[in-house]
Design a protein around this ligand. Structure first.
Ligand code: ADP
Ligand code: MG
Length: 390
C-alpha cells in the first residue's frame, strides 16, 4: 500500500499549497480466479479485487483546469475540464480524459476544476487491469468530489464504455466490475450478460494466491481475440439447428452441448465451443467448492481450466505453459492456471503458505531456463473495490 503522507508531499510540490483539502481514493487491480473467455459468451467469471492498485490524490481548484499527473509516467499537464478530446500524444492521460468525457455525456456539470495525482502499483499491460483501476478510481473520485451518487455498478459500466469508445479498447465488463465492486476476502461470481453477481467468501486458510507475471507482452492478442469470438459465433450458428433460440454459448448446459456438438462441422470451432461450455460449468463448480471450503477441488478446477485453455481454446502460449508446468511441480500447489486473455500476462496459483518461497525460487528458475525471461511474483490477498481512503 502506498505511503499516503509521501504522496501528499509529492502532490503539494507539484501543485503548490492551497486551502482546499487533498482527498485520497483507491481502486484495486483484479485477478480472475477462473472463467476465461466466458464473458463474451454470456457466461460466468469469478474475479477478485487485489489489495494493491491505483491511489488517486485529488483537490478542488478555483478555476476550470484539470491537472493530470502520475508518479508512474513523466509527463503531466493541465487542460480544461470542460473540453476533453482524445489525443494520442497524451498517452495515459487519455484514460482519465475518457472518464471526464463520459461524465459530461451523462450530464455531469463540474462545479470547478481539480488537480489529480495518480500512483499505481499494478504492473501495466500484464492483465491485472491497471487500466480499469485508473478509470474506476477517476470516476468514483470525481463523482464523490461533486457530491454526486457513486453507484459502483454504474461506475463500472461508464468506465467500460469509456475504454471501449474513447480509448478504442474492446474489453468486456469483468475488469471494471471487479475493480468497482470487489470486497475484502471475497471473490465475485459475475454473470457478464445480466450483471447479476454474488460475493463469495474466499477462505484460503493456509493457502495463498500467488500471481506469476510472465513479463511477456501480450502481442497477438487482438487478432486472436477477434478470431476466437467469431469461432464462438460460428458454433452458435450451427448449434441453432438443434436449439433455434440460441444466441450465446452460455445459454447451453454442458449436457445440452454434448448432445448437439456433432452439428458443428469444423473440429477447431467445436473445440473452442467445448472450452467455453465446460469452463462455465467449472466456474459454477468452483463456487460450490469455495462455499464448502474445498480448496483441493478448487485447485483441480484451476488445473482443468488451464489445460482446456491450452488444448481446446489455444490461447496459452509457451511462456504461460512453462510457468504453469513449473508451478505444478512444487509440493503444496493445489492448482495453477493462466489468468486474463492469454498469450502472455499472468498465471495464478494456489500455494501452501509454507511453500511460497520455494515456489518463487523453483518457478522463477524453471521459467527463465525455458523462456529466457525473468518472472515476477506477487503473493496476493483479496482487497476491497474502489473506496475513499481519507
Ligand atoms: P492492463 O489493464 O492489463 O494493466 P492496459 O494496456 O489495458 O493493461 O492498460 C495500461 C495502461 O493504463 C498504461 O499504459 C497507462 O496508459 C494506463 N495506466 C494504468 N495505470 C496508470 C497509472 N498509475 N498512471 C497513469 N497511467 C496508468
Ligand atoms: Mg486493461
Amino acid at each position: 500500500m502506498a505511503n499516503i503522507q509521501e504522496l501528499i508531499e509529492q502532490f503539494e510540490s507539484r501543485y503548490g499549497a492551497s486551502q482546499a483539502e487533498v482527498a485520497v481514493f483507491h481502486a484495486p487491480g483484479r485477478v480472475n480466479l477462473i472463467g476465461e473467455h466466458t464473458d463474451y459468451n454470456g457466461g460466468y467469471v469469478f474475479p477478485a479485487a487485489l489489495t494493491f492498485g491505483t491511489t488517486l490524490l485529488i483537490r478542488k481548484r478555483e478555476d476550470n483546469q484539470l491537472g493530470l499527473a502520475s508518479t508512474n509516467f513523466p509527463a503531466g499537464k493541465h487542460i480544461s475540464i470542460e473540453q476533453v478530446s482524445y489525443d494520442e500524444a497524451d498517452d495515459w492521460m487519455n484514460y482519465p480524459k475518457g472518464i471526464v468525457n463520459e461524465l459530461h455525456q451523462r450530464g455531469v456539470v463540474f462545479s470547478s476544476g481539480y488537480d489529480l495525482l495518480y500512483h499505481g502499483e499494478i504492473p501495466n499491460g500484464s492483465g491485472l487491469s491497471s487500466s480499469a483501476s485508473i478509470e474506476v478510481v477517476t470516476a468514483f473520485a470525481l463523482l464523490s468530489m461533486e457530491g454526486q451518487e457513486t453507484n459502483t455498478v454504474d461506475i463500472a459500466l461508464l468506465s467500460q464504455k469509456s475504454e471501449n469508445e474513447f480509448n478504442g479498447v474492446k474489453c468486456g465488463i469483468m475488469d471494471q466490475f471487479a475493480v468497482a465492486n470487489g470486497k475484502k476476502d471475497h471473490a465475485i461470481l459475475l454473470m457478464c450478460d445480466t450483471l447479476e453477481y454474488e460475493l463469495v467468501p474466499f477462505q484460503s486458510g493456509s493457502y495463498k494466491l500467488v500471481i506469476g507475471n510472465t513479463n511477456k507482452r501480450r502481442g497477438l492478442v487482438d487478432s486472436k481475440y477477434n478470431e476466437r469470438r467469431s469461432q464462438c459465433e460460428q458454433a452458435v450458428a450451427e448449434l441453432r439447428a438443434a436449439y433455434p433460440e440460441l444466441t450465446l454459448l452460455g445459454q447451453l448446459t454442458a449436457e445440452q452441448f454434448h448432445e448437439a456438438k456433432h452439428l458443428i462441422q469444423d473440429d477447431i470451432v467445436r473445440s473452442r465451443a467445448e472450452h467455453v461450455v465446460e469452463e462455465i460449468a467449472r466456474v459454477l463448480q468452483s463456487n460450490e467448492a469455495l462455499r464448502s471450503n474445498d480448496l483441493h477441488k478448487f485447485g483441480e478446477l484451476m488445473n482443468a481450466s488451464h489445460d482446456s485453455l491450452r488444448n481446446l481454446y489455444e490461447v496459452t502460449g509457451a511462456e504461460l505453459d512453462a510457468m504453469v508446468d513449473a508451478a505444478r511441480q512444487v509440493e503444496g500447489v493445489l492448482g495453477s492456471r493462466m489468468t486474463g486473455a492469454g498469450f502472455g500476462g499472468c498465471t495464478v496459483s494456489l500455494v501452501h503458505e509454507d511453500q511460497v518461497e520455494q515456489f518463487k525460487q523453483h518457478v522463477g528458475e524453471r521459467y527463465t531456463a525455458a523462456t529466457g525471461l525473468v518472472a515476477d511474483f506477487y503473493v496476493c490477498n483479496i482487497g476491497n473495490g474502489v473506496e475513499r481512503l481519507q
